[in-house]
Design a protein. Structure first.
Lengths: 340, 327
């Protein structure tokens, strides 16, 4: 039976940016509601089973209870997979790897950019259906959870048929001291902090440099800033390298939800596919908006464009399916009309 | 982000608290064995120690000034020390001595100090509305002091918690509500008593910010608390910070902890936040081995002096039994 993964991360959208910006809180009930709507879509596709992240807030178990309370909900084989009581990105990565090992066809995520990075890291060629469930959400796009569940279920039952709706993204590989550390899916920033602390980035005065793929002026975060500074790069598989300053060109940057703050830009340029950007300590490297690696004095990190993640186009899958179903329907009617 | 001096001070404070609590682990059991006799020894009555929860106190209280008011719980030593309550007077109170903060009438769950402003109570959730009262007084008198209420995850199921958040939000009071979630309400695991997974979710019900700190990290706590205290001080209203922390010891000293396994207890010790923080400071070049040893030795001396002061102080005179008490 085809397997669809479901990873809903209870730690996303809860950090200090609730205090420093107008970031919303996504509580466990809301996450369970989204998961239930995903499961409703999956339940509508025949012979698909679900394997989900076993995390301490029991999001999917709550969702299954919500679904069971709906009289019309059908049965669904849904069970946890991966580390018990998963709490952090390492556990998310392990769950993602376990999904790959189990032969899952795709994985639906409800979390922020960090969640999607962890999923792509644990299962590099995963087909991801990302629902925005974090603070800035540069990677995921808004889509109805039930439609996402339905599309994931359809894809899982016939991946070849929907293969053209899988899109590869560009990512950023990071090597520290010559050792591969991670692949970011949106951005890598060097900030002046010497500690990981609350991990999130919110103070523009701490920004030193950033490398960003997929800049988009319509979303908050460094991707939004890159989209403003280099509006033509978003449509290309290139990245943007930003260097910040204490004075100079002043830009109003959308660093977080409701957080338009002035930043000074020393320079901004396009980075091509064969180029390597070196970021040097002291400072901390943040991947996709989360402080992850402390760089000591002159310690170098090298950033290169790389394959990012593979994303399923929900609307594309549903359109293809609808066209096919419509053709069948019309064909049936014609058969009936022209029958003996 | 704390500067280097602040990081060292937070570490010193955590070491100071740990030394105080470890000293009490030994002293408390004096005279109470072989059969555990809670009324015997130099420190009679229950004893709830905060080893493992030092990051909460160090990360929050470093942002406070003495006129900011703290209300704490039955497990109050870490916050009292971090807020600057005199260690000798506090130790004397814990020993029930006449020289103590409450002249020996309160004991370890009832430590009160006017300067710095600190109070605690053995009644679960009692301090939450009290903090709202402090903040209301600050607002009425035009002071920019803030009130910080520390409470456990069990207290967040009490009506007092909800009433307090409601009024603080309604009146835009400068309160920082800090939920210390150590997963255990005495012997009851949170999942058996609480319908929701994260108490910070409850902030949304009152329209105030709720932040979750998942890993008992003093720097993460420092960053969130700094923003929350600044928000309260500038009159922007209350906020709720939920910190997943670790209670390394039992609910009380003498607690056999039959409700959790040896493996669970070992896992807590293995991730001791103080050890982890000290290692991070060393890696960052902020604390040499010798400096760390000096901090531990200095804190040990301070604790020894406080304990000696408490031991050598007189008990309250019997004829003073009705002094310093309300009822």
């Amino acid at each position: 039976m085809p397997i669809v993964g479901l990873i809903s991360h209870s730690g996303a959208a809860r950090d200090v940016r609730r205090l420093t910006s107008l970031a919303r809180t996504i509580d466990v009930h809301e996450r369970a509601n989204v998961a239930a709507r995903i499961l409703a879509g999956l339940a509508a596709t025949p012979d698909v089973c679900v394997r989900f992240l076993d995390e301490p807030t029991r999001i999917v178990e709550r969702a299954l209870r919500m679904l069971a309370a709906q009289a019309r909900a059908g049965p669904l084989d849904a069970r946890p997979l991966g580390p018990l009581g998963a709490r952090n990105a390492t556990d998310t990565r392990a769950c993602s790897a376990a999904l790959a090992l189990a032969g899952a066809e795709c994985v639906i995520t409800h979390g922020g950019d960090g969640t999607n990075r962890a999923v792509a890291s644990g299962w590099p060629d995963a087909v991801i259906v990302p629902l925005p469930g974090g603070t800035n959400n540069a990677f995921a796009t808004c889509v109805d959870p039930t439609a996402a569940g339905l599309a994931a279920g359809l894809y899982a039952t016939d991946p070849q048929r929907f293969a053209s709706h899988v899109r590869g993204t560009t990512g950023l590989s990071i090597a520290v001291d010559g050792v591969a550390a991670e692949t970011a899916i949106v951005d890598v920033a060097l900030v002046s902090d010497q500690w990981l602390g609350a991990r999130a980035l919110w103070d523009p005065s701490h920004l030193l440099e950033a490398v960003v793929v997929g800049g988009d002026p319509s979303i908050p975060g460094l991707a939004g800033l890159a989209g403003i500074l280099a509006p033509d790069v978003a449509d290309h598989p290139d990245a943007v390298h930003l260097r910040f300053a204490r004075q100079g060109r002043r830009i109003l940057a959308p660093l977080g939800p409701g957080q338009l703050v002035p930043v000074h830009i020393r320079d901004c340029r396009r980075v091509s596919r064969d180029e390597t950007i070196e970021l040097c300590g002291p400072g901390t490297l943040a991947f996709d908006g989360e402080r992850q690696v402390v760089l000591h004095d002159t310690q170098p990190a090298r950033i290169r464009l790389a394959a990012g993640a593979r994303v399923l186009d929900v609307a594309g899958v549903l359109r293809t399916h609808a066209r096919h179903e419509a053709a069948l329907t019309i064909g049936s009617r014609q058969t009936i009309q022209g029958g003996p | 982000m704390p500067d280097n001096e602040t990081l060292r001070e937070m570490h010193r404070q955590m070491v100071r608290i740990r030394n105080f609590e470890e000293a009490l682990v030994q002293i408390y059991m004096e005279g109470k064995t072989p059969a555990f006799d809670i009324a015997a020894g130099p420190v009679p009555g229950e004893m709830h120690l905060s080893a493992g929860q030092e990051p909460v106190a160090a990360g929050v209280c470093v942002h406070l000034r003495p006129t900011d008011a703290i209300t704490a719980t039955h497990r109050p030593h870490h916050q009292a020390l971090a807020h600057g309550v005199d260690m000798k007077l506090m130790a004397a109170e814990i020993f029930g001595k006449q020289t103590g903060l409450g002249h020996g009438k309160g004991g370890h769950m009832h430590l009160f100090s006017k300067d710095p402003a600190f109070g605690c109570s053995g009644i679960v959730a009692e301090g939450i509305p009290t903090a709202v009262g402090h903040a209301l007084a600050f607002k009425k008198t035009g002071r920019d002091d803030v009130a910080v209420s520390f409470f456990g995850e069990g207290a967040a199921n009490q009506g007092a918690f909800h009433e307090s958040l409601n009024l603080a939000a309604l009146w835009d009071l400068g309160v920082v509500f800090v939920c210390e979630d150590n997963e255990w309400a005495i012997s009851v695991p949170k999942e058996k008593a609480t319908a929701i997974a994260n108490n910070s979710d409850r902030a949304s019900a009152y329209g105030i910010p709720g932040v979750l700190i998942p890993d008992n990290d003093p720097v993460a706590i420092y960053e969130a608390a700094g923003e929350a205290v600044a928000r309260a001080r500038r009159g922007a209203g209350p906020s709720l910070i939920e910190i997943k922390t670790d209670r390394l010891l039992g609910h009380f000293q003498g607690d056999a902890q039959l409700y959790r396994t040896a493996e669970q207890i070992d896992a807590l010790t293995a991730r001791d936040a103080l050890v982890r923080f000290e290692g991070q400071l060393a890696t960052s070049g902020l604390l040499t081995e010798q400096q760390a040893a000096d901090v531990w030795a200095a804190c040990r001396s301070e604790v020894d002096a406080a304990i000696e002061f408490a031991r050598s102080s007189p008990l309250p005179a019997p004829e003073s039994a009705l002094d310093d008490v309300f009822a």
